[in-house]
Design a protein around this ligand. Structure first.
Ligand SMILES: Nc1ncnc2c1ncn2[C@@H]1O[C@H](COP(=O)(O)OP(=O)(O)OP(=O)(O)O)[C@@H](O)[C@H]1O
Ligand SMILES: [Mg+2]
Length: 381
């Protein structure tokens, strides 16, 4: 078993927030038959050759949130040589408490992963009650030029770290929409069933919308305290349902309008074969403020910088809002930045005082840190 002890520990903690992952243990996860490491609350950089398993470690930590992690692939694919089972254990220090969290899969029993907190089963959707993880990976590089679904998912993942019920609302909403789509496909004339399901869609959808707008407001407020040398990213949520929301004087009135829109759309939706209005159609628009330019028209480097700005707005807002520090997963974030940006990003990470897991090929990627970050070289393990 590879047991990893960091080379250097520096006491990084200078404010009141104490929450971090103190240990991580993997069993049969990706390329790790077994892996064990201890951490303290400071930036941690995993370095090593291509394919050594840096991103896999970040992915294992990302499974401590709802969903299927930073790569969003089938759980089975994450098991060592596709053998169908894995386990991830971590110890979370939260103020004076130590919390043991485990997430495991055994495909012979279920396709769903099991999550335990201090020995008790919980739903993976409730993990955000224990910790908030914010991640940035190269897979997100095309977020502004791809379809709206990826941006919406990105924003929902942000929202559920602020409002833990959000993940459950999204899941329930998606289930209800699927049910309505099935009715449409069957060309059902069961209006009572339609009314019923649309009522559910409106209830979950309204809550989703309220939560998203609440978080959007927090994030846009945060940009005044933007990361130096990075563009300011102004965000908005756009779609037909958002227009109705903005025009509605009260939530009650909005719900009435939402119900009406779904009912009126039954015919169109029947021809299209799916529900065409609702919070599953929302798009996240991002503007590079200083240039007054939409993100999709910005250069590749500018788009990456906008994403980094957003991630740090999220981290800072989360801290202010919850009095807890988020856990950051930054995969290959330093490798494509110019020196000024590397410097600013390092200062930002140090000042944020949140546990940040990073990856890079070698130590030189992390030279801009003034305090030594904890470097873990996976090549030698
Ligand atoms: N289910 C699996 N079982 C065993 N090995 C796997 C599994 N899935 C992926 N791997 C292997 O894990 C290795 C490490 O992958 P990972 O993406 O973590 O590398 P990395 O260190 O981040 O590399 P890079 O620097 O190229 O990003 C790869 O060689 C990959 O083939
Ligand atoms: Mg990688």
């Amino acid at each position: 078993m590879a047991e990893i002890k960091p080379d250097k520990y520096k006491n990084f903690s200078s404010d009141t927030y104490v929450n971090y992952i103190s240990s991580l243990k993997l069993s049969n996860f990706r390329n790790y038959k077994s892996f064990k490491a201890n951490f303290i609350q400071q930036p941690i950089a995993f370095i090593g050759k291509n394919g050594v398993g840096k991103t896999n470690i970040l992915e294992s930590i990302s499974l401590m949130q709802p969903g299927r992690g930073i790569r969003s692939v089938k759980l089975e694919d994450m098991s060592y040589k596709h053998r169908g089972n894995f386990a991830i254990y971590l110890n979370l220090i939260k103020n004076m408490d130590s919390i043991a969290i485990g997430s495991s899969l055994d495909i012979t029993l279920s396709k769903v992963r099991k999550v335990k907190v201090d020995g008790k089963f919980i739903s993976p959707l409730s993990l955000t009650e224990y910790l908030g993880i914010i991640s940035l990976t190269p897979l997100m590089d095309k977020i502004f030029i791809e379809g709206s679904a990826i941006r919406r998912k990105f924003f929902d993942k942000i929202t559920w770290i602020f409002v833990s019920a959000h993940a459950n609302n999204v899941r329930s909403y998606e289930k209800a929409v699927k049910e309505r789509n099935n009715l449409l496909k069957e060309n059902s004339s069961d209006t009572v069933w339609f009314d019923n399901i649309e009522k559910q869609i409106v209830n979950f959808g309204t809550q989703i919308l309220i939560n998203r707008f609440k978080v959007l407001k927090l994030l846009n407020k945060q940009i005044k305290d933007n990361i130096i040398n990075f563009p300011k990213a102004i965000m908005s949520l756009d779609g037909k349902i958002e227009n109705i929301f903005n025009e509605s004087s009260t939530i009650y009135y909005f719900k009435e309008e939402y119900i009406k829109a779904l009912k009126e759309n039954r015919k169109i939706d029947f021809y299209r074969g799916s529900t065409t209005i609702g919070v599953h159609k929302t798009d996240l628009e991002v503007i590079y403020k200083e240039k007054d330019m939409i993100a999709s028209l910005c250069s590749t480097g500018e788009q990456k910088s906008l994403l980094i700005s957003i991630i740090f707005s999220v981290a800072k807002s989360y801290k202010n809002h919850t009095q807890l520090s988020p856990i950051l997963l930054l995969d290959e974030v330093f490798s494509h930045l110019d020196n000024d940006k590397k410097e600013s990003l390092s200062r930002e990470i140090e000042n944020l005082n949140s546990q940040t897991f990073m990856t890079g090929i070698d130590k030189s990627d992390f030279m801009t840190f003034s305090k030594d970050s904890c470097i873990i070289n996976l090549d030698s393990k």
